[in-house]
Every structure is written in C-alpha cells, then in structure tokens.
Write a new protein. Structure first.
Length: 220
C-alpha cells in the first residue's frame, strides 16, 4: 500500500508540473500592464509590464542558484512604484567569483523611471539540500541571502515589498543570464518515479504470493 501511495503522490506531482508548464508556456503572451494592481492579483507566470524606478543602491544576491551546474547568484533589484509597495525584479543569474568576500558587481545607472516586462513568479523555495539565510542587516549592499521570505527582504529594505517577484524578460536591458524555466522537476521525471513505485508495488505483491505458495506447499 505504501508503494501505491508513493506512486499516486509522484503521479499527482507530475500532473501539477504539467499544469505549471502549460501556464508557463501561456505566460509568453503579450505583456499585460500591471497598473495599480498587486502582483498577487494576476496569474502566476503571466507576463506583465510595470513602470517604476529601479534601485541599484539596495540589491539582494540570492545565493545557492546554479546555471548549467555552475554556482552563482540571482540578482533581486527593487522597483519603486508611485503609491505602491516596491516590486523585486529578478535580473538574472551571475557566476560566483570563487570568493565569498568578493561579490559580483551588479551596479548600473538608474536616474529615471523605466518600463520593465517579465513574468510574475514566487520567490525560490528552500530545497532539501539547501540552507535558508536571511539578509544580514549589518552587511553592506548588495546583501547576500538564501531562500528568504518576503518579510525578511522587507525588513532589510525598511519597507514593505510585494510577496511575489518579476522575472525580467531575457531581451530586457540591465539583466544577466535569464533562462527561465518552470520550477521543480519536469512532469516526465515525476511520472517516471510514479511508474517505478507502482512497479515496486507489483513486485511486492508477486513476492508475497510466491512466498505464500511455497509456504503452503511445505505445510501440505
């Protein structure tokens, strides 16, 4: 029964990933103006356009982010909107320099309002092998953090921020490596794991029947 339940769980995870992949593909449509809305008011992965002023002086480096197996950071930059909470824009991945005390230079000039476009997404979630580390309020900017909660980022900034983020479009300026993919394993991986668990269940039943048959023959 355990193997069957594990198979069902992996199969449902595969269905969820397939649905997310479909939503992600749909998100490539024309960017929808965000206006005065919150990111929570639009579907996840929806492309949006939003106007504001980027803040290069106070940025975050999301640690434990890889690209093609290489370690690095993703750069989160606040975008300030008139009368609304700031939005954190993920400007992409930069490589790890090899030294913890030598952070990548992610500075840029920002002296006017800009319109940015990108996908609405959630902050990365901590995995089994990854550690959580809130930004150090005493550390200089940019602040390194690992799988932070929105509240922790807001505390470091000293103001509320949107709980969701925007993944900057690949062709937008002031960005780095941006090869956005749906989160987690692919649907096929989960389905294959599900098939394996179901196979274990069939094998367990077969072994039980064989052992029972042999035990019956010995008794007889």
């Amino acid at each position: 029964m355990l193997f069957v339940n594990l198979g069902r769980w992996q199969w449902s995870k595969g269905d969820l990933r397939a649905a997310q992949a479909a939503e992600f593909a749909h998100g490539t449509d024309t960017a929808e103006p965000l206006g005065d809305r919150s990111l929570e008011q639009v579907p996840r992965f929806q492309r949006v356009s939003v106007t504001g002023r980027l803040d290069p002086a106070r940025q975050f480096l999301l640690d434990n982010r890889t690209n093609e197996g290489r370690p690095g950071y993703e750069v989160l930059t606040p975008l300030h909107r008139e009368g609304r909470d700031p939005i954190l824009v993920d400007r992409g991945w930069v490589p790890f320099s090899g030294y913890r005390d030598k952070l990548p230079d992610v500075s840029f000039a920002a002296d006017r309002d800009v319109e940015i476009t990108g996908r609405v997404d959630e902050l990365p979630v901590e995995g089994l092998a990854s550690g959580h580390a809130a930004p150090d309020e005493k550390a200089p900017w940019p602040k390194v953090t690992s799988y932070p909660a929105p509240m922790e980022l807001a505390q470091a900034l000293g103001q509320h921020v949107e709980s969701r983020i925007v993944l900057l479009d690949a062709n937008a300026p002031n960005g780095y490596v941006r090869e956005w993919q749906p989160p987690g394993l692919t649907a096929d991986r989960h389905w294959s794991y599900g098939v394996q668990w179901y196979a274990f269940a069939v094998l367990a039943v077969a072994l039980w029947l064989i052992l029972g048959f042999r035990r019956g023959r010995r008794i007889g």
